[in-house]
Design a protein. Structure first.
Length: 205
């Protein structure tokens, strides 16, 4: 029993140190950018040794990836909170888009996820992260539910997700640069409503 408690304590310490490094990395990466951030600054900000950094992460890029994964996960969580499952699927898609733009207002988030992320990790790895834990996963699930419910026409899901996700990302960048969110949300809502199923020769259902 004592040995099990000791293992649990060691695991907690390990997780706490990893969290310290991720938090320190996030603060520096968003403030200075990936290229301008050095590992000595990271370990100093985290209050750990250089050896501790390399015990948890192979290099600076591995730490950066962990930061990106955590941020992408938070964005998805905020989308899911903003688009509860007990509202109509069309409304959930719209609400999810609004929640995404709001989530991307967090300081440094567009830089991490939309600028430095693809540049440092590569487009393929960044897309995989977003599709696994991030906003793209939430969007794909929402579109799939809307198709299954008959709220929008059945279309190639991956292609539709990619195109809509790109539109939301571009809107997030514009809003981060100072543009108002409302015009983008109006247009994105029109896009989604344009996917509504239509009866032959009739109006949208």
């Amino acid at each position: 029993m004592q040995q099990e408690s000791k293992r649990r304590t060691n695991r907690e310490r390990t997780e706490a140190m990893r969290a310290q490094l991720i938090a320190a990395g996030r603060a520096l990466f968003t403030d200075k950018g990936y290229a301008e951030t050095g590992t000595p600054e990271i370990v100093a900000a985290a209050g750990v040794t250089r050896g501790a950094l390399y015990h948890h992460f192979a290099d600076k890029q591995a730490l950066f990836r962990a930061v990106v994964v955590e941020e992408a996960t938070r964005v998805a969580e905020e989308i899911e909170r903003g688009a509860p499952s007990d509202i109509p699927v069309r409304d959930a898609l719209i609400a999810g888009g609004e929640a995404f733009l709001e989530a991307m207002r967090a300081p440094g988030r567009t830089r991490l996820l939309l600028l430095d992320g693809p540049a440092v990790l590569g487009r393929a790895d960044m897309d995989e992260i977003d599709a696994t834990v991030g906003g793209t996963r939430s969007l794909r699930e929402g579109l799939a539910l809307a198709m299954a419910a008959g709220a929008i026409r059945r279309m190639p899901l991956e292609a539709l997700t990619l195109l809509l996700s790109s539109a939301y990302d571009r809107a997030a960048l514009a809003v981060d640069a100072g543009a108002p969110a409302r015009p983008f949300l109006e247009i994105l809502t029109a896009f989604i409503d344009g996917l509504a199923r239509r009866s032959e020769g009739g109006p949208a259902l």
